[in-house]
Ligand binder design. Structure first.
Ligand code: SAM
Length: 419
């Protein structure tokens, strides 16, 4: 009988002393192997416990001159931030370089601006997790490269309204949690106060509803939804988008910071000057479409009916906007065809991490004069940019935008013009 070899990740760990070579895209150090280890900087040597490709620092033997003390007490374990120990100037250069490298791997030479800081007031959405362990509530974010929850009392990168709510969210989690199940608490900072959505709550009994309403009332939250059921609403958890006011669905997509959305919207609006017809693809709840409709009629296309409904509702209630035609469509399966693209003066493209390969193939064959491509993934951004360039577009300066400060996530935007 054949004996199965234990998988490297499950086999006994080995000890090794290694020196970090580079910092990978997620913020983990890359060591010879390759082995990926969080918490190290290039040039630092450490004694590690290694399982498969993952390394855990047991003892750091040397310090990089770029090392600084993290400002969050749980930064070494929390999956929310990965590079708080990096000197800010070196961190910004590394992050910009993630974009330069991705473009270079796709064979694109481009002018890449310095990283634009878009942390602003902090992240306006967060998803906390909670669980009872040994009779004690553990509440926080998932650990890096693991499935434990890192217990926390504060999150210095979150929007002030979210930070201030953490003690009350902990109390609400304790009231709502099932003794053996994980609870998810999605929070978004709207203009009218917090929008809190709990998923996986134990029951929806009256006492729990009352507890939710009590927390919300005392802390000025806009809405609390438990297991999809709105149990409290003081105000519409709406956000100003240009002249419109939009109410994203609970737990729905939002650009991570208001500052990030403003930087990206400014790039879009500058490219839209003079446009008479605009198409916004992967439109979400309208961060760009609702602003663009101040200038020109917009066709907004999005795969999820929830955010698109919010966009549509906001467009109809805002006086003075040009017509907005909102369509639900899966753009990966059914991208807009060349004839559907014809006549548009501008196409805005803001796909999920997988990018918009098939849609860019259609755009490459189209006569659309200006395209703004926005992405949260430099690799797929570069792949899709190469398709547009091959189709005859010139790519303008690339702007890396930092709305997920102290992580490996970076937003990228560029304007492409025909000819
Ligand atoms: C990065 S978000 C951008 C949303 C919006 N532009 C904004 O700034 O708020 C990407 C959007 O693409 C949508 N999406 C994901 N896959 C899609 C698909 N295959 N077809 C159409 N939309 C899709 C998501 O629902 C999400 O709203």
């Amino acid at each position: 009988m054949k004996r199965r070899r234990p998988s490297p990740a499950r086999s006994a760990p080995r000890r090794a002393t290694l020196t970090a070579q580079t910092l990978g895209a997620r913020g983990d150090a890359v060591l010879p192997g390759p082995i990926y280890a969080p918490g190290l900087l290039p040039g630092e040597t450490a004694e590690l416990e290694v399982r498969g490709e993952r390394g855990r620092v047991v003892r750091r033997l040397t310090d990089s001159p770029d090392r600084v003390a993290p400002f969050c007490p749980v930064a070494d374990r929390c999956g929310g931030c990965s590079v708080q120990h990096f000197r800010p100037e070196a961190y910004r250069a590394w992050k910009r370089d993630l974009v330069v490298q991705a473009l270079s791997r796709a064979g694109i030479e481009a002018e890449v601006r310095p990283l634009m800081d878009a942390h602003g007031e902090g992240r306006r959405r967060a998803t906390f997790h909670a669980m009872m362990i040994g009779g004690r509530l553990v509440f926080g974010f998932m650990e890096r490269a693991g499935d434990q929850i890192v217990d926390l009392e504060d999150c210095p990168v979150a929007h002030p309204a979210i930070r201030a709510a953490i003690p009350a969210l902990r109390t609400l989690a304790r009231a709502a949690i099932h003794p053996r199940r994980r609870l998810e608490i999605a929070v978004a900072a709207s203009d009218a106060g917090l929008d809190v959505a709990l998923t996986g709550a134990d029951t929806l009994e009256l006492a729990m509803r009352e507890s939710a309403a009590d927390s919300a009332g005392r802390h000025g939250w806009a809405r609390v939804t438990i297991n999809g059921d709105p149990v409290f609403k003081m105000a519409d958890p709406a956000l100003k988008v240009g002249r419109a006011s939009v109410m994203p669905s609970p737990g729905g997509f939002l650009q991570a910071t208001a500052a990030g959305e403003a930087v990206l919207a400014a790039i879009v609006m500058e490219a839209a000057q003079g446009a008479a017809k605009v198409i916004d693809l992967y439109a979400g709840s309208g961060a760009f479409a609702l602003r663009l409709a101040e200038l020109a009629p917009v066709l907004a296309v999005e795969g999820d009916a929830g955010p698109l409904g919010a966009l549509n509702h906001a467009a109809r209630r805002t006086p003075g906007l040009k017509p907005v035609d909102a369509k639900v469509r899966d753009l990966a399966l059914e991208p807009l065809s060349v004839s559907e693209l014809a006549g548009a003066d501008l196409v805005v493209l803001d796909p999920p991490r997988a990018g918009a390969k098939t849609q860019c193939e259609r755009l490459a064959d189209s006569s659309v004069p200006v395209i703004v491509s926005i992405s949260c993934n430099p690799a797929t951004f570069a792949r899709d940019a190469a398709i547009l360039i091959e189709g005859g577009y010139r790519m303008g300066t690339v702007t890396p935008v930092d709305q997920f400060a102290w992580t490996g996530h970076v937003e990228v935007a560029a304007v492409f013009r025909r000819g």
